[in-house]
Design a protein around this ligand. Structure first.
Ligand SMILES: [Zn+2]
Length: 105
């Protein structure tokens, strides 16, 4: 493996984070265009970063969880008010209050 490949591999994450100065970023960009190995390396890192981002979803997970809990509380509330029969007619099974409590994690 060429020495320049080592350098590119080492800095590919900095490159993706845009933490390199223009000259260094340019060198890596140019090298990736002509080196299959480093181009593959960049692809792999892009995939990893994409998967990590999707796995954590720092901004969407709490909202989805909150929505689910709110929905279950709402459904439990509806059941209390005696509209559970309406809910079962529309095909949505009423969620029990016990189930809502287990979601707190
Ligand atoms: Zn290379």
């Amino acid at each position: 493996m060429a020495e320049v490949c080592d350098r590119v591999t080492e800095r590919v994450n900095l490159f993706l984070d845009r933490e390199l100065d223009e000259a260094e970023a340019d060198e890596i960009r140019r090298h990736i265009m002509e080196c299959e190995h480093c181009s593959d390396e960049l692809d792999v890192w892009l995939l990893i970063r994409h998967l990590v981002k999707r796995a954590y979803r720092p901004d969407t997970a709490p909202v989805a969880l909150l929505r689910r809990i709110t929905q279950q509380i709402h459904q439990a509330h509806q059941a209390e008010q005696g509209s559970a029969d309406e809910a079962s007619e529309t095909g949505t099974p009423p969620a029990g209050p016990a189930e809502a409590q287990t979601v707190s994690l």
